[in-house]
Design a protein around this ligand. Structure first.
Ligand code: CO
Length: 508
């Protein structure tokens, strides 16, 4: 085939993919609307709309024309010779999506979707009633179907069923690669947390002592999001029960948060987190929008960006030197606060029951527990009926906590109820990538702290943009990590960061 013929096929392929993604981003608008604006009565119609669009997207992706165009393009070295070129990146990722979409029979897709909807509502009721027995048969069913899904995709002989479904969330992630990072980290975190707890020091966040009306909080957190670089000309911030971020396109990115009148930290850290996701989506290359080259790498890399702004920046002493005067201007009664006291208050380490409320030092232990249970659930070595006992034993062993009931134990998260098995580790990997990227940024920008304390966030944001955002999916996460830091992903930067910060806050 002549180069021009191959290029024509490549353009045709991209056009089909762009059409599919246009429809997909339309569904995302409806998803955002459902969480923020839609009246409760609209739920059934909205489910029908979303199911219709999901079906259409799936049909467009399994179109045999895509398979033919892919094969023709892959045969042309001009398009694939440089693996980091936009064409090679797009062909690699479209091929992956095509394989995943065509390997799953429509009947299984539908059965999973139906079961997940019922299972999710059973989980809501069972959690409310603290009745694990009611949820257990649904979890068993979900695991069976997820196992069938894994078998459709298959896994290499040295791998396991978990790998096949985890790969959907994080391309290339395997249980073995996750365990290689988690296993050494686990004991070191348990030791670190143990040393902090042994000091008996329990600072209280001064932020919880402010009377901060919700409308004033909203103006304040918007100001912070704007200052760190979230562009409100190409984005919005609204309210939802569960905060999230949704990027339809680099020119339209939606954030949500929730407000607690008794604790501005809820909205502030929620917005820093979601704005971190949003800044990534706004920084993706607009000229490649709708193709993999213009898309985010993975869930873990996305989470690394949210955690960077929420924790590495937002829980730093330098950030509070900048932020506190703004807080004092925004709310009465903050006049006596010191940046040191607020900084200590937002870095309290305390083993706790609930993952979403966990601090930086204990958070990854919550994830490891879920990871260590997902693997045997998927392999069949752990039955759903034995989950609570296994869960509670690990909370005792790793966090020193007695789990009082299953609602606050193994039923606390929504993920498994809707079939998201293999998802949790992406949160912890996000924390690890964030720490490793940040250590590298520090090495390259010697005055980073001074810039943050001065409210000059643009240079660091520019660094993230050049090193990560503008590359889209050029590199898979493990390769991106090597590209940005020159090293494999490791838990050491996170441990160094936690040791350094906590040793200034606690006599450890
Ligand atoms: Co997030």
């Amino acid at each position: 085939m002549s180069p021009s013929a191959a290029h024509a096929k490549y353009s045709e392929l991209l056009q089909l993919v762009r059409q599919r993604n246009l429809l997909g981003s339309t569904a995302s608008v409806l998803g955002w609307d459902q969480e923020t604006m839609m009246p409760a009565g609209g739920l059934e119609h909205r489910s029908n709309q979303l199911a219709q669009l999901a079906g259409m997207c799936h049909q467009m992706m399994v179109d045999p024309t895509i398979g033919e165009l892919l094969s023709a393009c892959e045969a042309d070295p001009n398009l694939t010779a440089d693996p980091a070129s936009p064409s090679a990146v797009n062909l690699r990722e479209i091929r992956r999506e095509y394989i995943l979409a065509t390997k799953l029979p429509q009947s299984l897709v539908e059965e999973l979707a139906r079961t997940a909807t019922v299972s999710r509502s059973q989980w809501v009721e069972a959690r409310k009633a603290n009745d694990y027995a009611r949820f257990e048969p649904w979890l068993t069913r979900i695991i069976e179907l997820t196992r069938r899904k894994a078998e459709c995709f298959g896994w290499p002989p040295e791998g396991e069923a978990w790998d096949a479904v985890a790969d959907l969330f994080e391309p290339g992630m395997t249980a073995r690669s996750v365990a290689a990072v988690f296993t050494p980290l686990r004991q070191q975190l348990i030791d670190l947390v143990g040393r902090v707890v042994a000091t008996g020091k329990k600072p209280v966040s001064p932020l919880t002592k402010l009377k901060f009306p919700v409308d004033q909080q909203a103006a304040f957190v918007r100001q912070v999001a704007e200052a760190i670089g979230f562009d409100f000309h190409r984005g919005r911030l609204d309210i939802s029960a569960h905060p999230f971020s949704s990027g339809f396109h680099p020119t339209d990115v939606r954030l949500t948060t929730r407000y607690d009148p008794a604790d501005v930290g809820e909205a502030l850290y929620g917005v820093l987190h979601e704005a971190g996701h949003g800044i990534y989506d706004q920084g993706l290359p607009v000229e490649h929008a709708g193709t993999p080259r213009g898309d985010a790498v993975s869930l873990a890399i996305h989470e690394s960006q949210s955690r960077t702004w929420e924790n590495l920046i937002g829980r730093s002493e330098a950030f509070w030197r900048w932020c506190l005067p703004r807080l004092k201007a925004a709310v009465k009664g903050a006049g006596r606060l010191t940046s040191r006291a607020v900084w200590a208050g937002v870095n309290v380490v305390q083993p706790s029951l609930i993952r979403t409320e966990a601090d930086e030092a204990t958070y990854n232990l919550h994830i490891m527990i879920r990871f260590e249970l997902e693997r045997p659930l998927m392999s069949g070595d752990l039955a759903a009926k034995d989950l609570p006992e296994a869960w509670n034993a690990r909370y005792k062993e790793y966090l020193g906590i007695d789990v009082p009931n299953d609602a606050q134990g193994c039923m606390q998260d929504i993920h498994w109820s809707q079939g998201a098995i293999g998802y949790f580790p992406t949160y912890a990997l996000g924390n690890l990538y964030a720490a490793q990227f940040f250590e590298q940024a520090r090495a390259e920008m010697s005055d980073l702290d001074e810039q943050i304390a001065a409210g000059s966030f643009a240079p660091f944001r520019g660094w993230l943009n050049r090193k990560i955002h503008c590359l889209g999916m050029t590199y898979r996460s493990a390769d991106l990590c090597r590209h940005v830091t020159g090293r494999e992903l490791s838990a050491d930067p996170l441990l160094r960061y936690l040791e350094q910060k906590l040793s200034r806050l606690y006599p450890i």
